[in-house]
Design a protein around this ligand. Structure first.
Ligand code: OSB
Ligand code: MG
Length: 374
């Protein structure tokens, strides 16, 4: 079976979030989402979702830069390469520096297409082995501590296996203390999204050591592996890197420096399934647990995250949770549901394994472009 890519179709949709999501870098009330559909000459198609946000505050990419990268650089490179397998997309797009979320949106669509042509669930096609994945939730900054405690209670009751709290300067230790007091035995972690500095904030992280956290995610700046390594030597709690790890090379450097003990892998941040798999294998070989991060995905991106989470190295609960936590109506059918034990069952149908609601996407579309790959 060889791929014969025919065209790529881009649509931008706007999807309001049920609840605003606030992190140290800002507040998100809705998502502008770039949906990628790739077509094969024999009529089959595959879907991807670009996770770049509206603004360059999580990383440098935005939905608008991703659109430009796809139309001006990614589609022409793919067209010229005449690739025959999804595993070739990564090397084909390597001449483009960074812009990994743009590349990943297209790469993931080609993987879905190839899995569909093979009549296999995507998770099996990429080498996944878990029939169900463990789920955690990421809870944004709330107006009040009471509101946060209420949210945590609701997610714990739903069965989620790990609760992650967003923190930022002045909304950190006291939040963790309040949640820990009320929920002494839950698996708890925090995510700072790079809001702190080693020189001034090391004592604060020593204070957080008192609360039995599973991990502290991305405390310092993305490029700052050296200070993460210093901080990790001074605290007991494992540091987990998110923004800092955009490639296997970064993962190697982090391991060598001792900059983290856990890695969060996001398909978009690292440029797709090939790089995610490489990072996961490296981490596994060095006893670094990994888990699948989230970017407030709609159903297509969520389905890709489920597939990724079935790989053997994903041993910690991820930020992959139910569609209903984000959306009134998701763009896939059925929506992603989480069991009372806090797990998601890997789908049995070919490709991403969920039906894409094409009519809904067309109704929500605010921008469209179709590019021939022949
Ligand atoms: O740092 O993990 C992050 C959302 C947007 C950008 C960055 C992050 C997040 C989340 C939400 O934590 C995870 C999710 O529920 O999708
Ligand atoms: Mg994070």
């Amino acid at each position: 079976m060889k791929l014969q890519l025919e065209k790529i179709e881009l649509k931008e949709i706007e999807l309001p979030l049920k609840y605003p999501f606030e992190t140290s870098f800002g507040r998100t009330t809705g998502r502008r989402i770039l949906i990628v559909k790739v077509f094969d000459k024999n009529g089959a198609s595959g879907y991807g979702e670009c996770v770049a946000m509206e603004n360059p505050f999580y990383n440098h990419e935005t939905i608008d830069t991703a659109w430009l990268m796809m139309t001006k650089y990614i589609a022409p490179l793919l067209s010229a390469a005449r690739i025959e397998r999804a595993a070739q997309v990564d090397e084909t797009l390597a001449p483009i520096r960074d812009n990994r979320m743009a590349k990943a949106g297209v790469e993931a669509a080609v993987w879905d297409l190839e899995a569909k042509l093979l009549q296999k669930p995507l998770w099996k096609h990429i080498g996944g082995t878990r029939e169900k994945i463990a789920c955690g939730v990421s809870i944004g900054l709330q107006e009040t501590t009471d509101a946060l405690l209420e949210k945590v209670a609701r997610e714990v009751e739903s069965g989620y296996q790990r609760i992650k709290l967003k923190i930022k300067p002045c909304k950190d230790v006291q939040l963790v203390k309040a949640v820990r007091q009320k929920f002494p035995s839950i698996t708890l972690s925090v995510d700072a999204n790079s809001a702190y500095h080693y020189e001034t904030d090391a004592p604060l992280f020593k204070q957080l050591d008192e609360y039995d956290l599973l991990m502290i995610e991305q405390p310092l700046a993305p490029g700052d592996l050296v200070d993460h390594a210093k901080l990790q030597r001074e605290i007991k709690t494992p540091i987990c890197l998110d923004e800092s790890i955009v490639s296997l090379t970064n993962a190697r450097h982090a391991q060598e420096l001792g900059a983290c003990r856990i890695i969060n892998i996001k398909l978009g941040r690292v440029g797709g399934f090939s790089e995610s798999r490489a990072i996961q294998l490296f981490a596994q070989a060095h006893d670094i647990p990994v888990w699948c991060g989230g970017m407030l995905e709609a159903g297509i991106g969520r389905a890709h995250n489920i597939a990724l989470s079935t790989l053997s190295g994903f041993t910690l609960p991820g930020d992959v949770s139910a569609s209903a936590r984000y959306w009134e109506e998701d763009i896939i059918e059925p929506p992603v549901v989480v069991s009372p034990e806090g797990t998601i069952r890997a789908p049995v149908n070919p490709g991403i394994g969920y039906e894409v609601k094409e009519n809904l996407i067309e109704k929500l579309a605010v921008k469209r472009e179709s590019i021939s790959l022949t």
